[in-house]
Design a protein around this ligand. Structure first.
Ligand SMILES: [Zn+2]
Length: 483
């Protein structure tokens, strides 16, 4: 018999809307729609029925949201971004992304806001659709497709560009002028983007003193290998890519199309224009003046500090400044979301960002909330078409469980032993995708016993009007590995 619903029981649960840990809460999940139908405090004499999911003894929370990711990137430490964009095949990058999204989901990340395909056209939208169609397991993706930049603002640089030379893939949708950027937003919407990402500024002047390969110069900064490099000012400073008028047009057009807007920023001028234009979130914010912070607090602009990529790439002293910027914004009440620029470091280690936020001084409850409700808000709240990042009737049934309490164990977010997304269970007792019928029975008998040789189970849904829409219930075989 196919069960219509399942109830999850907890003894300790984090409620991000209350920013509090609460006791004895149960959650009833509708397995057809994958949404929560009831959240209630369990009476002490309530028995746990056969087929329920018992997560008592663990710490239950909503699935995590990474607000700044790149599914097609693997760590820069393995290969610098230019080489990933230029030299890796579409197939390799897609196969890697398939692994990345699985790793993220098994680490408890049920939603990704993916901010730019990084020279992979609109394939992020295609990968999102593969997940939504049940072909592979992964988080709920909200993708930007190409990020917007003004001409030559964000592209693959090469000294070998001549009239018959190398043809490089586009790394951005580049256009300018108020109508040009509106056209770019319109192209993104038509290409399947969920959110708009633009570069308010960028370190675009790298070709003035182009670096040699790291194999030649090691970890030296840009300009290494040049005799007598300039000693006044930065060798490749970030510069604004748009005017205020252009940023206003991007945000206005994105809002008209119902999309949230994220702005990359590394300068005060770029950050200020982006915030004033009304962006949903500011990414990195490597230079934030008091004025920018005050404006963000007033306007409710979300700050995604991406500490993880900074910890990785900055000297200690500069990283400390990044921590200080976060704390300055936090103390002024700026809204936070957690996203590490994941992909520049391994997918699956997403939780590093929340750990670093806590390490910088953000309260545990606030850091967790930023990785839940904050992430949902960064996706545009209702504009995203879903409710997630919190437990409430009608929200997606995204549920995870930790083995330890993050108030006591700073590494608790690395100990995810249970993952449910949209009412489907991807990890239980620390093991990915159960491949035995007993485990499937717990969720209503849909499982590998119905699987055909291909290892993915599809179940047609009557309400899809016979269009052949199917979604997998279980992924077995290659996906069944502990993580
Ligand atoms: Zn990024």
């Amino acid at each position: 018999m196919i069960r219509k619903s399942v109830t999850i029981h907890s003894s300790l649960l984090f409620d991000p809307k209350k920013k509090a840990f609460v006791k004895s809460v149960s959650i009833r999940v509708d397995l057809q729609s994958g949404s929560i139908v009831d959240v209630y405090e369990r009476a002490s004499d309530d028995e746990i029925r056969d087929g329920d999911i018992d997560l008592r003894g663990k710490v239950v929370m909503p699935g995590l949201v990474d607000a700044h990711t790149h599914i097609f990137l693997h760590p820069y430490g393995e290969r610098i971004s230019t080489e990933q964009f230029r030299d890796e095949s579409i197939i390799e990058r897609t196969v890697r992304a398939t692994n990345h999204v699985r790793d993220a989901l098994l680490a408890g990340y049920t939603t990704y806001r993916d901010l730019g395909s990084e020279a992979m056209e609109n394939y992020d939208a295609n990968l999102r659709d593969c997940i939504n169609r049940g072909l592979i397991p992964g988080p709920r993706l909200f993708v930007a497709t190409h990020a917007l930049a003004s001409p030559a603002g964000y592209e693959i640089r090469s000294e070998s560009r001549n009239q018959h030379g190398l043809v490089l893939p586009a790394a951005s949708d580049d256009d300018d002028g108020p109508w040009g950027v509106r056209r770019a937003v319109r192209r993104r919407a038509g290409a399947g983007a969920d959110v708009i990402k633009f570069y308010a500024d960028y370190r675009k002047r790298v070709m003035r003193f182009p670096p040699l390969h790291p194999a030649v110069i090691g970890k030296e900064k840009a300009g290494a290998g040049i005799r007598f490099p300039p000693d006044h000012g930065e060798i490749n400073p970030a510069v604004p890519l748009y005017t205020q008028e252009e940023m206003n047009a991007i945000v206005e057009e994105a809002k008209a199309e119902g999309m949230a807007v994220a702005a990359h920023s590394g300068t005060v001028a770029g950050a200020l224009m982006a915030v004033r234009a009304g962006v949903t979130s500011l990414e990195h914010g490597q230079m934030l003046s008091e004025e920018v912070v005050a404006e963000m607090a007033t306007r409710g602009t979300i700050y995604v500090p991406t500490l993880t990529v900074m910890e990785m790439g900055l000297p200690k002293k500069e990283y400390k400044e990044a921590q200080a910027r976060l704390m300055a914004a936090y103390s002024k009440g700026v809204r936070l979301a957690a996203g590490g620029d994941t992909g520049t470091f391994p997918h699956g280690e997403n939780a590093r960002e929340v750990e670093l936020m806590m390490e910088a001084g953000v309260k545990v409850e606030d850091a967790l909330e930023a990785c839940m409700v904050g992430g949902w808000e960064a996706c545009g709240k209702e504009l995203s078409g879903f409710r997630f990042g919190f437990f409430e009737k009608g929200a997606r049934a995204d549920v995870i469980a930790l083995e330890t309490d993050p108030r006591e164990d700073p590494r608790a977010l690395r100990k995810v032993s249970f993952v449910m997304k949209d009412g489907e269970m991807y990890k239980s007792d620390g093991v990915a995708s159960p491949s035995d019928d007993d485990a499937c029975e717990r969720l209503g008998g849909r499982g590998p016993s119905q699987a055909k040789a291909r290892g993915v189970v599809h179940e047609s849904r009557a309400e899809d009007g016979g269009l052949g829409w199917a979604r997998s219930r279980w992924s077995i075989g290659p996906f069944a590995r502990p993580s």
